[in-house]
Design a protein around this ligand. Structure first.
Ligand code: SF4
Length: 183
């Protein structure tokens, strides 16, 4: 199986989700958000094809990373290959974040008709959803480009039937409180 990528596996990212992460930059995006930071990733024939098995081998060599992030492009345009990779990433103990221009609700609808989307969604820990909206652009929000985008805990959302938001700042506050107690 092959996946179309925009670039080689990126290592040591600290801006594409929590902790030190590797990033899989998928190629192909239908959303065409005005002001997109990555227009070179839109073309479905752009980038290059990579063997999923080779990418797994490279992921297996990761040292410092706590997880892998799917970005693009829109990873949900290649759900079969992304599912295979996400399953593998979990099997070696790393977590999975995914950026998409679709909203979580749109993906729920799509997954009814497309089992690959359902499978991929079920292997994602955190989903950052929604198109980039220029007038809602902000530098003050973590891991997102615009304020409409949400950081969603996928397993909890699928289980409860409602969107469960992941508050990264809340986690940080709790951690620093714990440190204060130990000092
Ligand atoms: S979803 Fe992301 S990659 Fe696609 S057009 Fe929007 S900002 Fe660009």
């Amino acid at each position: 199986m092959f996946i179309r990528l925009a670039s080689k596996l990126q290592k040591d990212s600290i801006v594409d989700g929590e902790g030190i992460r590797a990033v899989i930059w998928t190629q192909g995006c239908p959303h065409k958000c005005p002001g997109c930071h990555n227009p070179g990733t839109h073309d479905y024939n752009g980038g290059f094809l990579e063997d999923v098995e080779d990418l797994k081998k490279e992921i297996n060599t990761l040292d410092d990373e706590v997880g892998v992030t799917f970005s693009g492009g829109d990873p949900f345009e290649q759900p079969e290959a992304c599912f295979e990779l996400a399953k593998y990433i979990h099997s070696i103990g790393l977590n999975v974040w995914c950026y998409t221009g679709y909203t979580y609700e749109q993906l729920l609808k799509k997954k009814e008709k497309n089992s690959a989307i359902s499978n991929f969604l079920s292997e994602i820990d955190i989903l950052v959803d929604g198109r980039f909206v220029m007038k809602l652009k902000s530098y003050e929000i973590k891991f997102r480009g615009s304020k409409n985008q949400r950081i969603i805990k996928v397993p909890e959302s699928l289980k409860s039937g409602k969107v469960v938001i992941y508050d990264c700042d809340e986690k940080k506050k709790k951690e620093s409180k714990k440190k204060e107690i130990y000092i």
